[in-house]
Design a protein. Structure first.
Length: 755
């Protein structure tokens, strides 16, 4: 292929391959002819096609240039050799000297030892690798970007041949070894609480593209513009019809609508059309390229945006082929449980909410757009269920336990009956807990316990009324930053914080300054490559290294809280000097606002989170400087135990109800009490009734938690007597046991405490 010929060469090659795919003969015969065409057109001595077989094995299916006796005999495991590496990472490789590559694996039966350069690309279909297409040359050849792009386009066309079943049976393509239609309990991540039993509906927005190669690129560009116009109108109609109100849920859908006009995305589609693809083929190619590229990204926010782009691509494809039906118009069971690899936020709105009972995803995170929409709609959702799609069939019965982040596929009659009973009891319990909303959180011996919410979105503040919470003990300011494509300026931030304060209607709110980094990167603020992100450049460390960013946030908070009370706290403080530096910036901004004649808060309170154990040993100095302290138990526990809380091997190894952890927390509470500094705990411990009972016994009188935990924790508080509990705990935390959880459960049962 002559690279100087612009797009004419690639387009001609695509047309020849399209004609060959439509020709007579078996799939094997057509593939044999196709590799010959590619080798000749790309001036390569070798062109080989490897197809994925069960057990993650790549089999040489056709070759021009290698020994023919190796066909159907040479096999490579995924990850083995350069071909296996391409399949394992779903990425292209172009090597001028392939034999010097560390992954080079020599197979003597192929006769490839005389070939030095290699270019290979994966055959991708629906995000799955179906095989690898390779060209090789004897010389040390530097393959151009255009040649790589051309081979990727050809690979996408060949993937259609593989997925058609003409080379390998469809049963074999879809088969996953070890999968049987038996009952299965799968663990995941709780994205939204709730329980449901229903039947599986596979979320399959993917559109089959039947015509990949275009005759007239100009006509295809016109079709693309017409489809885009139709899609934009449909999205506008969906936004207008949405009844989610204002706030972040509305902003998420509007941001999603903005993605549909992203110039980079549309430009790549247009370029793919100019290379010779149909509009549908171009959309699919860009979708596959984006999916392959982003699958290598570990950042959860950026990976979640892939769901939004997938959704848009599928919507655009439906407009191109004239199929604009949405899931809500489909014939859904009355007890639908949607199962998907991932979803965009608008896709959830496509379903009839009267029939949609729950959602289960292979991916997903609590801060993903679809999770936020699910919480707004009160739909139970479980995510991060590994190998979900390989184990489920349409209309399977599934039990979804959003409270504990697990599902049961194809449960037996006994399990269904038991779970139905659990759902009834849960509904009755929720009614009982709702009756506590207006009752005070006071122990049986008259001790007042303040119960507040953890929040991060405007929609969370609606729960202040629902739960009767005293206020917001932790407002995570970073979440609105994470759902934007650019850093919000001071004016935008003022609007966010003012609306938060307005929604709180006078209840106290503690704003935590940006806790970014770790697993909460902002797409517009590169975080580098920390080997241990949780202990790397994050939170206050980022803020002090980027003081302008912190000053803008503090300025916005001061202006938003003009005439009201403002409470802020700094996250991840490891030593007193960090708090001093952050507070100095706050005082600087406060003085600046006064000097310029701006209205300021009636009262300000500045505190810190205690998450890093080192701060415990500086408490006397710290407590002279702070107005309050908030314990972040999630990070504190992982640092205290040197245990990654995201590591499944360690998830249950250490218990926060161990004597050591409780002694540490008791020491914090006692020091704050002696210094007359208010202390709150706002981590997960505070939202679990048994752990909350222990905290109350250690001296904590203020807890902050998710909205759903307010009722259960209040029920515990109103049934406990503190004096007895304190005496019992003093003895237990002196022990050397791994955990005192069972002891506390026994104490609760013996004393009629609701946990």
């Amino acid at each position: 292929m002559q690279t100087g010929a612009g797009t004419v060469g690639p387009r001609r090659l695509l047309k020849r391959i399209r004609d060959m795919m439509a020709a007579s003969g078996s799939g094997q015969e057509r593939l044999d002819r196709i590799v010959k065409i590619i080798a000749a057109d790309m001036v390569a001595e070798v062109c080989s096609a490897y197809i994925m077989r069960p057990g993650e094995v790549l089999e040489l299916f056709a070759t021009e240039g290698l020994k023919q006796e190796a066909v159907h005999q040479t096999r490579l495991r995924v990850g083995e050799g350069i071909v296996g590496d391409i399949a394992a990472h779903a990425r292209a490789l172009a090597l001028a000297d392939a034999q010097s590559h560390p992954n080079f694996a020599y197979r003597p039966e192929t006769g490839e030892e005389i070939f030095h350069s290699l270019m290979g690309v994966p055959l991708l279909r629906g995000g799955r690798v179906l095989g690898v297409l390779v060209v090789q040359n004897r010389t040390f050849r530097d393959y151009s970007e255009e040649e790589i792009e051309t081979l990727q386009t050809i690979a996408m066309v060949l993937a259609e041949l593989v997925s058609s079943g003409d080379l390998v049976s469809l049963d074999e393509i879809q088969r996953v070894e070890g999968t049987a239609l038996l009952p299965a309990r799968l663990e995941g991540l709780k994205l939204n609480q709730g329980l449901a039993i229903g039947r599986v509906v596979m979320h399959q927005p993917r559109v089959t593209v039947r015509q990949m190669v275009a005759e007239n690129p100009d006509a295809e560009l016109t079709r693309l513009q017409e489809a885009l116009s139709g899609m934009h109108s449909a999205l506008d109609d969906m936004l207008a019809a949405s009844d989610l109100g204002e706030g972040e849920t509305r902003e998420i859908l509007e941001t999603y609508r903005m993605f549909a006009e992203d110039r980079g995305w549309l430009g790549r589609i247009s370029e793919a059309i100019k290379s010779g693809l149909t509009a549908e083929g171009a959309v699919q190619k860009v979708q596959e390229d984006t999916r392959a590229r982003m699958s290598q990204i570990s950042d959860p926010y950026l990976r979640e945006r892939l769901s939004d782009l997938d959704d848009l691509a599928n919507r655009l494809l439906r407009h191109l082929i004239g199929d604009r039906t949405a899931a809500r118009n489909a014939d859904l069971p009355d007890d639908t449980v949607v199962v998907a690899h991932a979803m965009g936020p608008a896709e959830l709105l496509d379903y009839d909410r009267r029939k949609l009972k729950a959602v289960v995803l292979e991916e997903g995170s609590p801060t993903s757009h679809v999770s936020i929409i699910a919480r707004a709609l009160d739909i139970p959702m479980v995510g991060r269920v590994r190998e979900l799609l390989s184990q489920v069939e349409p209309l399977d019965t599934v039990v979804v336990d959003g409270d504990n982040g697990q599902i049961v596929l194809r449960p037996g009659e006994d399990v269904r009956e038991m779970f139905a009973g659990t759902m009834r009891m849960r509904a009755e319990r929720m009614v009982r807990l709702a009756l506590l909303r207006d009752l005070p959180a006071v122990t049986r011996d008259g001790v007042q316990i303040s119960l507040s919410l953890n929040a991060g979105l405007l929609i969370d503040l609606a729960h202040l009324e629902d739960t009767g919470a005293d206020g917001v003990g932790l407002y995570r300011t970073e979440i609105p930053f994470m759902i934007r494509s650019a850093f919000p300026d001071v004016g935008e931030q003022i609007d966010i914080y003012r609306r938060v304060l307005d929604r709180a209607a006078g209840r106290p709110i503690i704003f935590r300054t940006l806790d970014i980094g770790g697993d909460k990167d902002l797409p517009y603020l590169p975080n580098g490559d920390d080997e241990n992100p949780a202990m790397g450049w994050r939170a206050i460390r980022v803020a002090l290294d980027r003081p302008l960013m912190l000053r803008q946030q503090l300025r916005a908070m001061l202006r938003a809280a003009a005439g009201r009370e403002l409470s802020i706290m700094f996250p991840m403080v490891a030593e007193v000097s960090e708090f001093d530096a952050a507070r100095a910036l706050f005082e600087l901004e406060l003085a600046r606002e006064r000097r310029r004649g701006h209205a300021v808060p009636l009262r300000t309170r500045v505190g810190t989170m205690v998450e890093v154990p080192a701060l415990f040993f500086q408490l006397p100095a710290l407590l002279r400087r702070v107005d309050f302290v908030s314990v972040g138990s999630n990070d504190l526990m992982q640092f205290l135990y040197a245990s990654d809380r995201g590591n499944p091997r360690l998830a249950d190894r250490y218990d926060p109800l161990s004597p050591g952890a409780l002694a540490f927390l008791a020491g914090l509470a006692q020091a704050c009490t002696r210094a007359d500094v208010p202390i709150t705990l706002c981590g997960e411990m505070g939202g679990r009734p048994l752990e909350a009972m222990a905290l109350v016994g250690l001296g904590y009188r203020s807890l902050s938690m998710p909205p759903a935990a307010i009722g259960p924790v209040k029920a515990m508080v109103r049934s406990v007597e503190i004096d007895e509990l304190e005496r019992y705990l003093r003895e237990l935390i002196r022990s050397s046991r791994h955990s005192i959880r069972e002891n506390l459960l026994s104490f609760a049962r013996d004393h009629g405490i609701t946990v």
